[in-house]
Design a protein around this ligand. Structure first.
Ligand code: AMP
Length: 303
């Protein structure tokens, strides 16, 4: 069972207190599609300019990601630059150059339309709607979003919520969207807006999952060395979507609990190096062993 991933493909410039790197492969769809490809075949829809390095296309091909939906057009690829503070969690956007992204209209090749698991990675909610208009009998639709869209496209985002099965967003965004201080109230309020399931990410503090009247709190894997948190959320979403596809797309709260843990494991690898460098080398054995370590770290016995 395959996953459709639609989102941004970018060249990122990232500054942390200790390092700065320019023109790295980034974008929500790059991280999400590579993460999903560990568990399931992936169909990618995105846009790049004619300056997009061939080695990046090679990386996606090496992961067996279907690129029939990748549009390459004259012009420059979307560029984003961000700077992290000392906590490696707080981030400021330094610049955005939309370039070819400005005219992007995600068009699904005919062969993609019946992809059962759909991941609308972070792009404008209007474009996410346009994707949903083209898909046929999906089994499960996940949407990701960001603070920018809550600021400038809230009506489109709110109407999207009625069309998706799950929303993934971070704690600040959940509070911003619902105007609630409590994340528990925020999660419940978002469910009432449409999605049966909601995952609220809390960076290094893990993630809260809501659904079917139940609640799951997943810790983040404790890491000593974090180099670049960029794309952790997209990697989480991609890993989660891939795991659901691998399990036949039959989604219950229990499958989602496991999917959230696997998404967190993949995200924990992603932040160990800049860009997708760590996702390039991580093996399925490493994923399994960190999953086991995760289980041990969260186990306790009552006294
Ligand atoms: P995350 O760290 O999960 O929030 O995702 C970071 C990625 O989002 C970067 O690789 C950026 O290229 C990409 N990005 C930043 N701003 C936007 C935007 N407005 N639309 C789509 N993708 C974006």
């Amino acid at each position: 069972m395959s996953v459709l991933v639609v989102g941004s493909i970018a060249l990122d410039t990232i500054k942390t207190p200790l390092e700065e790197h320019a023109d790295l492969l980034g974008g929500s769809a790059s991280y999400a599609s590579v993460a999903a490809s560990f568990f399931a075949p992936v169909n990618l829809v995105g846009i790049v300019g004619d300056d997009f390095p061939k080695e990046h296309v090679g990386l996606l091909k090496n992961r067996n990601i279907d690129l029939a939906g990748l549009q390459t057009v004259p012009g420059k690829t979307f560029r984003w630059s961000g700077e992290y503070m000392w906590d490696l969690n707080t981030r400021e956007t330094r610049s955005i150059e939309l370039n070819v992204f400005e005219t992007f209209s995600p068009e699904l090749p005919a062969a993609y339309r019946a992809t059962p698991i759909v991941l609308l990675a972070n792009i404008a909610p209007g474009l996410q709607h346009h994707v949903l208009d083209q898909i046929e009998s999906p089994k499960f639709i996940i949407a990701d979003t960001m603070d920018l869209w809550i600021d400038i496209a809230k009506p489109e985002l709110v109407s999207l919520l009625a069309r998706v099965d799950m929303l993934i967003l971070n704690d600040g965004e959940a509070r911003q969207l619902t105007e609630e201080t409590s994340l528990i109230r925020a999660g419940k309020k978002i469910q009432a807006m449409g999605p049966k399931y909601v995952a609220i990410k809390k960076g290094e503090h893990g993630c809260l999952l809501f659904g079917e009247g139940e609640f799951f709190s997943c810790p983040a894997y404790p890491l000593e060395d974090i180099h670049d948190p960029t794309g952790a959320g997209d990697t989480f979403a991609g890993g989660l979507a891939g795991y659901l596809a691998r399990n036949g797309g039959h989604v219950t709260f229990n499958t989602l609990r496991a999917a959230v843990v696997l998404g967190s494991v993949l995200a924990s690898y992603n932040v160990e190096q800049f860009s997708l460098e760590r996702l390039k080398t991580v093996t399925t054995d490493e994923i399994s062993s960190r999953l086991e370590r995760f289980r041990e770290l969260s186990r306790f016995e009552a006294l």
